[in-house]
Design a protein around this ligand. Structure first.
Ligand SMILES: [Zn+2]
Length: 411
């Protein structure tokens, strides 16, 4: 049996970075390198239907060991890709055994140091085995910790048929980091009633609430002239765009001024020429009312700015991105209840949290698969200081196995 650590070290060495600018699906074909390996390993465990579909999704079924009727089919899901923000090529994982709490200097770039004073939850790990990258890449614990944990749990269940559980589905998605992780998932084929993404942070955490999210694009049409003869006529779309940005609140409603349950308006992209400029924003809030208020504010700011430019116009296009999963999960309290119970059974004090972001689960929940997020132990993700502890990964494996049993017992 391959331990969760062995699996993790094997998976992070495979570069699976996704690419937001790619039009193909999955966005990078190298993601299949890991997905293919996972299929092979699942088949070696005896999971015969494990396969990679044409879009890069891995589907697999652990058959039921219980004869009880009516056990809901549950699914565990993780993503194989890593963030486009930091290189994921040639990851050299390092295991710091029985860590004594001293600063961890990463050898390939000594300016990269893990310090208890700077990284939250690290102080909980003294005496544990910490895995980091070597300083020049991310580690990829987001979300290969989750992948390794689901694989290790599958391994355990397939070799301990005395453990009673219903049908368990496994789903590994591509392209979560570029927001397309659920785009081509086939939920009918998956055939699960409830799901859990294993992509959370600290041991014992369960996330049942995400932002609701929209994208908003403002296209500004200015009045273009030869700049030598623009007096009284030229209305520069770039300057109109800059005025809109300058009119955003300075002390509120931005990522840099908000926390916890506060939402924000966040410009993420701008380009243009004097005739036409495009501004992209992401809008985030935990409630749809809050989301709409922020969108109205941005529309009002745009209108007010345009009053100074009578020949110019703007077009506003809103795109729904994802919605707070809590709305769905509240209708299925057993999904959260069973996860909390599973965590308690393995000796954890579970903590329910919200995420200031989205997960594959936010979309899956609205597509018909209620799907909160359970911890994988990953920390400082999307950075070169990313770390995970072996003990937290082992705990996550125990939670997954226990959760399968809880669903069987409660059916
Ligand atoms: Zn993730």
């Amino acid at each position: 049996m391959s331990s969760v650590l062995d699996r993790f070290l094997r998976y992070v060495r495979i570069d699976t970075q996704s690419d937001p600018h790619s039009e193909s699906f999955p966005s990078t074909s190298k993601q299949r390198d890991l997905s293919n390996l996972l299929v092979t390993e699942l088949q070696e465990l005896g999971i015969r239907d494990a396969h990679l579909d044409e879009h890069g999704y891995v589907y697999a079924t652990i058959p039921a060991t219980s004869e009880k009727a009516g056990i809901p089919v549950i699914c565990f899901c993780s993503h194989v890709d890593t963030s486009p923000d930091v290189s994921g090529a040639n990851v050299k994982p390092i295991v710091h055994r029985n860590w004594d709490g001293a600063d961890i200097v990463l050898p390939d770039d000594p300016s990269q140091v893990l310090r208890i004073s700077e990284l939250h939850d690290l102080d909980q790990q003294i005496g544990n085995d910490i895995v980091t990258a070597s300083g020049s890449t991310l580690l990829g614990a987001d979300n290969k910790a989750g992948v390794a944990e689901i694989m290790a749990a599958a391994d355990y269940l397939m070799s301990h048929k005395d453990i009673r559980h219903g049908v368990i589905k496994i789903l590994f998605t591509p392209d979560e980091e570029v927001g397309r992780g659920t785009e081509k998932v086939d939920l009918l084929k998956l055939g699960a009633e409830y799901g859990y993404t294993v992509d959370g942070e600290a041991v014992g955490t369960l996330e049942d609430e995400t932002f609701s999210a929209d994208g908003l694009r403002i296209t500004i049409y200015g009045v273009s002239t030869h700049p030598g003869y623009g007096k009284g006529k030229l209305e520069n779309a770039l300057k109109i765009g800059a005025d809109i940005l300058a009119s955003l609140p300075k002390t509120a409603l931005s990522p840099e001024t908000t926390e916890e349950k506060e939402g924000f308006i966040h410009p993420v992209f701008m380009e243009g020429i004097q005739e036409k400029a495009t501004l992209d924003f992401i809008i985030r809030d935990f409630t749809e009312v809050g989301l709409k208020e922020k969108e109205e504010l941005l529309k009002n700011i745009t209108e007010t700015v345009l009053k100074q430019y009578p020949g110019s116009t703007a077009e506003i296009k809103l795109t729904e991105q994802y919605r707070n999963m809590k709305k769905i999960l509240d209708q299925h309290p057993q999904v959260i209840g069973n996860a909390l119970e599973a965590m308690e059974r393995v000796g954890l004090n579970p903590v329910q949290r919200s995420i200031r972001g989205g997960t594959d689960g936010s979309r899956l929940s609205f597509m018909g698969l209620p799907c909160p997020n359970i911890f994988a132990g990953e920390h400082a993700f999307h950075s070169r200081l990313e770390w995970v502890s072996v003990q937290d990964m082992e705990k996550a494996v125990e939670v997954i196995v226990s959760l399968c049993q809880v669903w069987e017992e409660k059916a």
